[in-house]
Structure formats: C-alpha cells, structure tokens
Design a protein around this ligand. Structure first.
Ligand code: GDP
Length: 139
C-alpha cells in the first residue's frame, strides 16, 4: 500500500526568484495538504547529510553547495499516494524535459536548480520528514 506523505523542498533559486507564493498556490491547487512547513537555510553539513544517498554521484558537491546557498522551504505534504502524485505533479528532474504546466517546467532554472524536491519513496519520505520535523511541528 502506498503512503500518503511526502517531503518536499522549494530550492534556493526558486526562493530567490520569488516563487514561494506561486509554488504554494500550486500545492493547494493540486490537492496537497500541508502537515508541516518551515523556512530555513541548511548548513553545508546538513545538506550533505540530507543528500547522503547521492554521495557517490558526480554532482554531489555541486548539489549540496547549491542546497545550502540560500533559504529553502521544507514541507510535509499529504495526499493519496503522495510520493508518486507529487513527482508526477512537479515533472521530470530536468525542467527542460518536464511536461507543460508542471512545477519544474514553470519555475525550474536548470537540471541542478529545478525549483523543488520530492521524496522518491515512502521509506525516504519518512526519513526526510524526520530530518526536518519533530512530532510537535506536525499538524
Ligand atoms: P529527482 O528525484 O527528480 O530530484 O532527481 P535525482 O534523485 O536524480 O537527483 C536529485 C537532485 O540532484 C535533482 O533534483 C537535481 O537537483 C540534482 N541533480 C541531478 N542530476 C544533476 C546533475 O547532473 N547536476 C547537478 N548539478 N545536479 C543534479
């Protein structure tokens, strides 16, 4: 059975460009409910820990430096089959290849700076949610 939670982030470039509001509107339009949310800047060490599953990939250094370069929004979203529903809603990793109307197509800048994150499995949604939020920060 699929879970109903996913961990998302609005990445630094999208925040810098003023896209928090439009992306929050898309979250609402898509039927996703917000269980938890915070506006913060990751340290490099926190970004490295969050993306530890990618540590052997060639873009790990670039990715973690970018993700700690400015403030982000992190949130736990709730919906039916949330992990897959959010990934479909945001579009392909590379905004240039994402379908029209998806969040990455609308608000992404490049492959690395692709506007938003979404968990890739229920297991990682749980791990990533625990990375950002305690029980008292969830509603
Ligand atoms: P996702 O699940 O669609 O986010 O994609 P992946 O799990 O493959 O990659 C995680 C994140 O790493 C992506 O969202 C991108 O921000 C970043 N990324 C992936 N490939 C590259 C790359 O070739 N260069 C850089 N700089 N970042 C990348």
């Amino acid at each position: 059975m699929s879970g109903n939670k996913t961990l998302i982030m609005i990445k630094p470039t999208a925040v810098r460009k003023g896209f928090i509001g439009p992306i929050m509107a898309k979250i609402s339009e898509g039927g996703f409910k917000i269980q938890a949310m915070k506006y913060m800047q990751l340290t490099l060490e926190q970004a490295q820990a969050f993306y530890a599953i990618h540590k052997d990939r060639p873009f790990y250094g670039e990715l973690t430096e970018f993700m700690s370069s400015g403030p982000i929004v992190a949130a736990i979203l709730v919906n039916d089959n949330a992990v897959e529903a959010w990934r479909n809603y945001i579009g392909a990793t590379n905004p240039a290849e994402a379908d029209e109307g998806t969040i990455r197509k609308l608000y992404g800048t490049s492959l690395g700076e692709n506007a938003v994150h979404g968990s890739d499995s229920d297991e990682n949604a749980e791990i990533e949610s625990n990375f950002f939020f305690s029980a008292t920060e969830r509603f």
